[in-house]
Design a protein around this ligand. Structure first.
Ligand SMILES: Cc1cc2nc3c(=O)[nH]c(=O)nc-3n(C[C@H](O)[C@H](O)[C@H](O)COP(=O)(O)O)c2cc1C
Length: 171
């Protein structure tokens, strides 16, 4: 096993990748050796001593890449420190973030063997102009919670870096 930490992320529009990059940079500043990769490119996690997993929530669930990653690497993930972060609410503040937390807990409950040393929810980014089908269609439906929402970036970089900095000691 190497001394490296793997930061593995899933993303559809890039905002989770940018958060993963900030977390990786903070861990490096704290003196840790870090590899960062999109989850779908990760071949094996057994060579890492700890793993940070990041994924956005889409319609109440982790992006599929993340669910696949957790299932495929369950054995290695169950036997080393794992931290999880999720991106979610793109509008509103602390209240909305708290309100979305049960979505993360519900996703984690699907993988009962996973005992994260830390699990955190961060605000996400929303840009209606960049949506691809079927998200673009969903956003136009009057009944959709996305309908009429303006562009927004709710990522709190100070909170993200503080979480990563605390993580350095836990991994
Ligand atoms: C179609 C769609 C569905 C979404 N569903 C949820 C959701 O159920 N819960 C939530 O908290 N955020 C939801 N979001 C917000 C995303 O999690 C947020 O935009 C995130 O930053 C996207 O990450 P990505 O850019 O890495 O793909 C949704 C966004 C879109 C576009």
């Amino acid at each position: 096993m190497s001394d490296s930490i793997l930061v593995a992320y899933a993303t559809r529009y890039g905002s989770t990748r940018e958060v993963a990059e900030a977390i990786a940079a903070t861990l490096r500043e704290r003196g840790l050796e870090v590899d960062i990769q999109p989850m779908r490119q990760v071949q094996a996690v057994a060579s890492y001593r700890a793993v940070v997993i990041g994924a956005p929530l889409y319609i109440g669930s982790f992006l599929k890449d993340a669910r696949r990653f957790l299932s495929r690497h369950s054995e290695a993930l169950a036997t080393r420190p794992v931290a999880v972060f999720a991106l979610g609410p793109t509008h509103g503040g602390e209240q909305e973030l708290k309100g979305a937390r049960p979505q993360l807990d519900k996703e984690l409950a699907k993988f009962p063997w996973l005992k994260p040393v830390a699990a955190e929810m961060f605000g996400g980014r929303y840009d209606p102009a960049s949506l691809r089908f079927p998200d673009s269609l969903l956003a136009t439906l009057p009944a959709s919670p996305l309908h009429g929402l303006p562009t927004s970036d709710a990522r709190d970089w100070t909170a993200i870096r503080a979480w990563a900095s605390d993580l350095a000691a836990k991994l």
